[in-house]
Design a protein around this ligand. Structure first.
Ligand code: NAP
Length: 536
């Protein structure tokens, strides 16, 4: 019987892993390399090899209601998009509230995780750790790998001709901390991912000029969406997800591209990509267009060549006197403590059933958590994954045979290849609501819309039309939380509380709803009932 579970990493995936183990009556031991919780979200002044590293100004691009752990809502006075220090505050209060710290062995590195000789019978693992130079070996019934995938900087230096000659500073975004060191310099940023966009804006307030080189461009969306609600709150609803399945992709692309272009025309800002909106995840880059329109940032195509002091771009333009080049070219991942026979990673590709379970194990006692790339928060996804994994460990959920798992993995890979343009992330990409529903069905915690509609129409309305927040997955099934209903019905209050820090004077004089508005609302209701039937 599975009892003792090793958890590797005490970051945003490791913390809910400890809690879920406790909820399931398991005995977790979490090994954490550093001296604190939080993983990537713990800001440090210097980048340390083997650890994720963030910059001082980093503000998360998923909103609090969408990234919250499902039975511990982020307080209403926290901003909707939190600075990294506030994310850490939330993690600390989560760990304190659920008493997670005593289960963490800090400053302990996991050196290896290997199968015990009788693995095919027991499913047990041998875990070797090192703490202050002392090695220890333990036997565990199961392992949850929560080490993240933003630790190893990907630096494609060889693909840039002349870079060896370049005399300025060369670094990866992983090393970037704040703009201070670049004051009054001319900097080239390579790569338009979220790091590239964020750091370019951060730098632009201090440097003489920053050139943002992008080989494929990107669609840019804003954190602030319809009526000032956070982007993910308006975007990730069950209703919209169904609509997106019904409407042809070309129309959806046209609609979204039109919407983002009405904020600023991507062609005129040099950012327009060759791919359609839904073929690649957009960048959440609120301030990028501001930097461009103010002339602090210049968008450039791919780099053709470096000289000692200059950068020549594919369009033939040349920028002289460049002091530094920052490669915001993303990350690679690997699991050096695991043998290749357990998990094989190649060019950021990995084969996992439901993005969690290695399909070739004789016993399903190891799970990889948070190893995916959603346009949305990873924390609640990780939480749902561990809720499923712990129940698999206990034998309450059975994995299908190996060939069925492989067929599912291959089908998903093909779907991704069809839907997205090629990229280093392609194998990890998931659609947020669809994946949350898939993994929650697997764990038996997906809300049943028909039963909700019959029992509690008010709640059903919010679950269906409102944001698909993680709390929805605490309404029923194992791990049900009695506070879930109230927390869902008060989520909009928590969103607004953080922005409405002043009561506008005419607030009391609410205008009566116009007839048109009432008509629209009735149409929504009709759509709601119809959609529930389609959905079922
Ligand atoms: P990323 O998303 O992998 O983006 C890397 C960028 O580098 C891509 O635009 C890619 O271009 C470009 N690139 C890669 N190789 C290149 C080459 N040889 N030549 C030119 N360009 C190249 O990495 P990231 O921006 O560091 O983000 C990592 C993760 O952290 C993402 O999940 C991101 O959402 C997250 N993040 C979040 C925040 C936030 O919450 N505020 C901030 C930063 C990062 P192509 O597009 O052409 O492949």
């Amino acid at each position: 019987m599975v009892k003792k579970v090793a958890i590797i990493g005490a970051g945003s995936c490791g913390l809910p892993a400890i809690k879920c183990c406790l909820d399931e009556g398991l005995e977790p031991t979490c090994f954490e390399k550093s001296d604190d919780i939080g993983g990537l979200w713990k800001f440090q002044d210097d980048a340390i090899e083997g650890k994720a590293s963030i910059y001082k100004s980093l503000t998360i691009n998923t909103s609090k209601e969408m990234m919250t752990f499902s039975d511990f809502p982020i307080p209403e006075d926290y901003p909707n998009y939190m600075h990294n220090s506030q994310v850490m505050d939330y993690f600390r209060s989560y760990a304190k509230h659920f008493g997670l710290l005593p289960y963490i062995c800090f400053k302990t590195t996991v050196l290896s995780v290997t199968k015990q000789p009788d693995f095919s019978i027991t499913g047990q693992w041998n875990v070797v750790t090192e703490t202050s130079g002392i090695k220890e070996s333990f036997v565990f019934d199961a392992v949850l790998v929560c080490t993240g995938h933003h630790v190893e900087p990907y630096l494609p230096l060889a693909s840039f001709p002349g870079l060896k000659k370049f005399k300025g500073k060369i670094l990866h975004s992983w090393e970037y901390k704040h703009p201070g060191n670049f004051r009054d310099k001319r900097v080239v940023m390579i790569g338009l991912g979220n790091s590239g966009a964020d750091i370019t804006v951060d730098l632009s307030h201090a440097v003489k000029k920053v050139f943002l080189s992008t080989r494929s461009g990107s669609w840019i969306i804003s954190r602030v969406s319809c009526n000032g609600y956070p982007m993910d709150v308006t975007y990730f609803t069950r209703f919209r997800t169904i609509v997106r399945h019904i409407i042809p992709m070309c129309l959806l692309n046209m609609w979204e591209e039109n919407k983002v272009n009405s904020r600023f025309d991507h062609t005129n800002y040099g950012l327009k990509p060759s791919h359609r909106f839904f073929s690649k995840y957009p960048i959440v880059g609120d301030d990028l267009p501001n930097g461009i329109i103010s002339g602090r940032i210049a968008v450039k195509p791919d780099v053709k060549e470096f000289t000692e002091t200059a950068v020549i771009f594919e369009d033939g333009t040349k920028e002289e006197n460049i002091d530094a080049v920052i490669f915001a070219t993303g990350y690679s991942f690997s699991f050096p403590f695991l043998e290749e026979s357990i998990i094989k990673t190649k060019n950021n590709h990995v084969s996992l059933y439901k993005y969690v379970f290695p399909p070739f194990l004789e016993k399903p006692t190891l799970a990889m958590i948070g190893l995916l790339q959603p346009l949305g928060a990873i924390m609640p996804i990780a939480e749902l994954q561990v809720r499923g994994a712990t129940r698999v460990f206990k034998g309450l959920i059975k994995l299908p045979p190996e060939d069925v798992m492989m067929a599912d993995i291959i089908r998903k890979k093909k779907e991704n290849e069809k839907r997205y343009v090629p990229s280093r992330h392609i194998a990890l990409q998931v659609q947020y609501v669809n994946y949350m529903d898939e993994i929650s069905s697997f764990s038996g915690v997906k809300p049943n819309m028909l039963s909700l509609l019959l029992k509690d129409p008010k709640l059903a309305w919010e679950v269906f039309f409102g944001p698909c927040t993680p709390i929805q997955f605490r309404l029923m099934g194992p791990g049900k939380w009695n506070g879930a209903r109230e927390a869902i019905l008060s989520q909009r209050k928590r969103i607004i509380k953080a922005t409405k820090t002043r009561d506008p004077p005419n607030d009391s004089k609410e205008t009566p709803p116009a007839l048109g508005f009432l008509f629209l609302k009735s149409l929504w209701f009709l759509a709601f009932v119809m959609a529930i039937f389609v959905y079922l």
